[in-house]
Write a protein that binds this ligand. Structure first.
Ligand SMILES: Cc1ncc(COP(=O)(O)O)c(C=O)c1O
Length: 372
């Protein structure tokens, strides 16, 4: 089966391991095992797992983990949750379970490429709903209505958005769900960055709470800093969960029991983790925001949520050339906008370690000084 190369993953695979200062990371500073257990107040947790048998785990995720994840939503039960191998596994499983050749799938763009390239590889007719700088990187409802056709199976959005950090508000989410409902389509919302609001008043609900055709995918990597567990989930009506379970039997028997136990522990202490992470994200956002204001060659639509900023630069270099020179000359990693089919932009992650962000910005400034 043919599939387009996943540009952002290929770029990161090639450069992230050896670079000295990585400011392209999208996770909130991942925990070490020790830091995590200390924050949970359970330093001896691994010792407590000695009697845990390393057999297959619960197929859809353990009851405690599904309960904990469902508690993140206002109106969901554990039966609405299916635990997967990361949000990447969750998105893939939704497409594998629901999309058939000839279906129309509409996806916002730019976004995490998986949301449209996987649909295309399953034989869907993919239509892109363009997010534009001049519209604050938000979709236009009129354009969405024009793209919808009788074969539309699914509308994919990504809220908060990777790579722009834009946030669709509740009203617009309702309207998108209505457009989908009118044609009997699903709305898949990749909510991997949910919870990470710069301004707490910007909080938006999950699509799964707004529509009985709403499907959300979530991640332990970004808001919970447990990237190495490789866990995520699908939150959806039970009818969708059972279709996903049917297909999941062919790709995953269960997730790892140790991963499940650690993720369950995290779900008992969501507030502690989010307090730590919102602190990091908001502090780093401030540092980045001041840097952008003082930098004449860089401009942005300030991100509203998540860990990512999409910077526009005014230098006569392609984004790939710029990023390669930045690696070579300053040992700093960013992601070129070309990975999102948007040259003239750079993706920067501001959720990581504050000292790393400061060092990366200072080296990037030196690099830009040569162009003034
Ligand atoms: C929008 C989006 N969805 C999904 C993923 C995959 O996340 P996970 O680590 O949970 O598989 C990423 C990772 O960068 C992402 O940005």
């Amino acid at each position: 089966m043919k599939i387009e190369p996943f540009l952002v993953e290929q770029w990161l695979n090639k450069y992230e391991i050896n670079v000295e200062v990585n400011i392209s990371e999208t996770c909130v500073d991942p925990f070490t095992v020790g830091e995590f257990l200390a924050l949970m107040g359970r330093e001896s947790f691994l010792e407590e797992l000695r009697e845990t048998k390393l057999t297959y785990g619960y197929i859809p995720g353990s009851p405690s983990l599904r309960q904990g994840i469902s508690d993140l939503y206002e109106s969901l039960k554990p039966e609405n949750i299916l635990v997967t191998g990361g949000a990447i596994g969750a998105n893939f499983l939704v497409y594998y379970s629901l999309v058939e050749p000839g279906d129309t799938v509409i996806s916002v763009a730019p976004t995490y490429q998986q949301l449209y390239s996987v649909a295309e590889s399953f034989g869907a007719n993919v239509k892109l709903l363009k997010l534009r700088w001049e519209n604050g990187w938000l979709p236009r409802l009129g354009e969405l209505a024009d793209l919808v056709d009788a074969k539309t199976k699914l509308i994919a959005i990504n809220n908060p958005n990777n790579p722009t950090g834009s946030l669709i508000d509740e009203n617009m989410l309702h309207s998108i769900c209505e457009i989908a409902n009118d044609i009997g389509a699903y709305v898949l919302d990749d909510e991997s960055y949910m919870g990470l609001y710069i301004d707490p008043d910007d909080r938006v609900p999950s699509v799964v709470e707004l529509s009985d055709r709403g499907i959300a995918t979530g991640s332990f990597s970004k808001p919970f800093s447990l990237t190495g567990l490789r866990l995520g989930w699908i939150a959806a009506p039970e009818s969708v969960i059972s279709r996903c379970e049917l297909h999941r039997d062919y790709t995953t028997i269960s997730n790892g029991v140790i991963d499940d136990a650690l993720a369950s522990l995290a779900m008992e202490n969501v507030d502690l983790i989010l307090t730590r992470n919102l602190d990091i994200v908001r502090k780093n956002y401030q540092i980045l925001s001041e840097w952008v204001e003082g930098e004449s060659l860089i401009d942005w639509v300030p991100p509203k949520a998540g860990t990512i900023a999409f910077l526009r630069y005014s230098i006569d270099l392609s984004s790939e050339e710029l990023c390669k020179r930045l690696i070579k000359e300053k040992d700093v990693l960013l992601v070129p906008g070309s990975c999102f089919d948007l040259d003239g932009f750079l993706r920067l992650g501001y959720g990581n370690n504050t000292e790393v962000l400061k060092e990366g910005l200072s080296r990037f400034k030196e690099f830009l000084d040569d162009f003034r």
